[in-house]
Design a protein around this ligand. Structure first.
Ligand SMILES: *Cc1c(COP(=O)(O)O)cnc(C)c1O
Length: 381
């Protein structure tokens, strides 16, 4: 379907798509996929109603059937009441809570498990703040592959229940996702299991490109002025930004189309990217004692820090945080105005949009898309 190689996102070190993926052997930074065949066209989109509609833009071999549970093609809905609340001209919510396993993580794991199965790996392992583990559990089950999942014992109960329901091997840890990450690396070395930790392999980012591909198609092949994304590891933002450049290069968007300002929302209890962006740094220093009940945002030392901060600079974007109180307040407002059972991460993003308008850092004339990345149901005790 498509033809690609891999290149280190920092030093450009090339690898074939068949190389053992992991971090770059020369500089330790993440690999990304580079499409090198003829440019895919919009006419080649498939008549199927999940994210593999965009297969021509994704890493999929000829005749290969992806590991899919019907992920993606999520609603994009405009809410004038939310636009008034935030103080912008137009505002849409893209609701990722309706994905299989109730978060956008389904997209990345569908793509990564598809590639892992094609390589014939013995199994999969992931460190997770919650939703990535639920998604891996489901896609590993769909692929009939074993999986080991490391999650903090403070992960919301409904998410741990989904993981257990899939019959995979769950290990809960007295620590945060960084601690889980170290255990996953070790386990992958011992077993040969494929480690699908955020940006430790290039294919979750590819699945997350569909967050952007879909958005463009839903808006009639154009993009909004600004996108607010609740960010932990950064894979959502990185995948989306990659998709915008590819669409422009492939002629899916006007060559002169201005790309959106990319805005990162974090929690005040764990905001390494907000801090680094404010300091103009190109790397983030790990956050001490990270805490937020928006567990998807509890990533103290993201591996993708360099790429996220570069995306913010290149897009003219911004980054801000929300306190626990502000997250609760705006999660409730999001639900009350829309009927979406929003995740706290979505509430954080909506709050950050309003905060930036109030601070004069986001124009009141903007058209803004806010991603609700998960479901409120996943967080109830
Ligand atoms: C993982 C997650 C995030 C953060 O996404 P990243 O790609 O890691 O930045 C946000 N919201 C929810 C619900 C998540 O599960």
């Amino acid at each position: 379907m498509s033809s690609w190689t891999l290149a280190c996102s920092a030093c450009g070190h090339p690898e074939s798509q068949h190389a053992a993926v992991g971090l770059c052997p020369s500089c330790g930074q993440p690999f990304l996929a580079v499409f090198d065949g003829p440019a895919p066209t919009r006419d080649a989109l498939l008549p199927r109603w999940d994210m593999w509609r965009y297969a021509p833009a994704l890493p999929l071999a000829d005749g290969e059937v992806p590991v899919s549970l019907g992920e993606g093609l999520t609603p994009l809905t405009e809410y004038p009441a939310l636009a008034r609340l935030v103080g912008v001209r137009r505002l849409w919510i893209k609701d990722e809570g309706v994905n299989p396993t109730a978060s956008f993580k389904a997209r990345g794991l569908s793509a990564a498990v598809t590639r892992a199965r094609a390589r014939g790996v013995p199994g999969l392992v992931v460190p997770t703040a919650g939703n990535a583990g639920a998604a891996l559990a489901a896609y590993a089950a769909a692929a009939e592959l074993p999986a080991r999942i490391y999650a903090p014992e403070t992960t919301p109960r409904p998410i741990l229940d989904i993981i257990r329901a899939m019959g995979v091997d769950l290990v809960t840890i007295d620590g945060h996702i960084g601690d889980c990450g170290r255990l996953s690396v070790q386990y992958a070395q011992e077993t040969g299991f494929f480690n699908v930790a955020t940006l430790r392999e290039p294919y979750r980012a590819e699945g997350n490109k569909t967050l952007g591909l879909e958005l463009a198609e839903q808006l009639g092949w154009r993009l909004p002025d600004a996108i607010v994304y609740p960010t932990g590891g950064g894979e959502g933002v990185i995948g989306m930004w990659k998709s915008f450049h590819e669409m422009r290069a492939w002629g899916w968007l006007d060559a002169s189309a201005r790309l959106p300002l990319m805005i990162v929302a974090q929690a005040s209890g764990c905001a390494p990217l907000v801090r680094a962006h404010a300091e103009g740094a190109d790397r983030a220093t790990p956050w001490e004692n990270p805490w937020t009940y928006a567990s998807g945002l509890r990533v103290p030392g993201p591996l993708g820090d360099r790429l996220v901060l570069k995306t913010l600079r290149d897009s003219g974007g911004d980054a801000e945080s929300a306190s626990e109180e502000e997250i609760r307040d705006y999660t409730a407002r999001l639900a009350h105005h829309t009927g979406i059972d929003a995740a706290p991460e979505g509430g954080a993003a909506l709050f950050v949009a309003a905060k930036l308008v109030r601070l004069g850092r986001l124009s009141a004339d903007s058209e803004v898309v806010v991603y609700n990345t998960g479901s409120g149901a996943s967080y109830r005790a």
